[in-house]
Design a protein around this ligand. Structure first.
Ligand code: GDP
Length: 295
């Protein structure tokens, strides 16, 4: 994950090796490379520009006050700013309600169904929740079947209505079922399309209105880079979601989505998916991700 970005940043910092002090010139040279590395990692242009500007101000400002070597100083500043760029600290999900309702959104293939299973499993085993998974993708029978299989694997009930093609009604019925059966958490998987379209947005907005979820998560494939960021923006404009789930971070992703989403959409990344298996999920920690990027 992010290997190329890590290598490129490391090489950028080498420009400062052996330099006695930070100067306008060596900072500019280093940050030119840092910015290129970010752009090649598919970071949003404006984000990369603002990032290097902030690092420049900090580097030039701190130099006089510190005895630290220029290279180390730059690594530290870039590290801290990368963490800040990704949101600073981890952000928890809202699951106080009883039942707490979590609504999944995102394009088809982003990993919504898989993540619904992962999240149910995580909240069941780590936080003692009694979840209900809801099959809200009524257009693909395979999606209902997939959720049922996941549910069986983790010992979580799945609510579905094979004959009902109205996802709003299904979500409402599921909520009622949850109340009657002592489920304190309802996770609603929804239908996605290959691209954003009006019908999908109207449908998920209607589900949101009907069940008033405490948490709306937007699930996106990290491998899609800046497309992920653009899709996030469109979903957020319509849904005002609470957090992002970045999936497929185990793949050959360059890092652009992880680094740009927060600054473009101003919503935290809350979880990352790191594989197809049900335990391949982590809470997103910006600091730890910055550690990883800088090796
Ligand atoms: P949905 O259409 O949004 O519900 O997407 P799915 O949950 O069906 O996932 C689409 C494909 O991506 C499936 O083959 C999943 O196994 C795979 N997938 C989901 N999350 C991850 C992940 O974090 N890493 C990897 N490598 N594959 C994933």
């Amino acid at each position: 994950m992010f290997e190329n970005l890590s290598d490129r940043l490391e090489r950028s910092f080498k420009i400062l090796k052996g330099e006695g002090k930070i100067t306008e010139i060596n900072v500019a040279e280093t940050l030119k490379e840092v910015r290129r590395a970010l752009l090649d990692a598919d970071v949003n242009y404006k984000t990369a520009k603002e990032f290097t500007e902030t690092v420049k101000q900090k580097a030039l400002g701190q130099n006089v006050l510190t005895a630290v070597k220029p290279q180390q100083l730059m690594v530290k500043i870039v590290h801290d700013e990368l963490a800040t760029l990704m949101g600073g600290t981890a952000t928890d999900i809202n699951i106080k309600g009883n039942p707490a309702v979590i609504l999944m959104s995102g394009l088809q293939g982003s990993g919504k169904t898989t993540f619904s299973g992962k999240l149910a499993n995580m909240l069941k085993t780590k936080r003692g929740k009694n979840p209900l998974l809801v099959a809200g993708d009524v257009y693909r029978p395979a999606a209902i079947e997939q959720l049922k299989i996941l549910g069986e694997q983790i010992g979580v009930s799945v609510y579905s209505e094979e004959e009902n093609k109205n996802p709003v009604k299904i979500a409402q019925n599921a909520l009622q079922y949850a109340r009657q059966h002592g489920k304190d958490l309802v996770i609603i998987d929804t239908a996605g399309r290959l691209a954003i379209d009006e019908a999908m947005m109207n449908e998920i907005s209607a589900i949101k209105k009907a069940v008033d979820p405490e948490e709306i998560l937007f699930v996106v494939d990290a491998m899609t880079g800046q497309d992920a960021v653009n899709t996030a923006k469109e979903f957020n404009d319509r849904l005002n979601f609470d957090g992002v789930v970045l999936t497929k971070l185990d793949g050959d992703t360059r890092g652009g989505a992880a680094l740009s989403i927060r600054s473009v959409v101003d919503k935290p990344i809350k979880f990352v998916g790191t594989g197809e298996k049900l335990d391949a999920v982590d809470v997103f920690h910006p600091e730890r991700m910055a550690d990883r990027i800088l090796g």
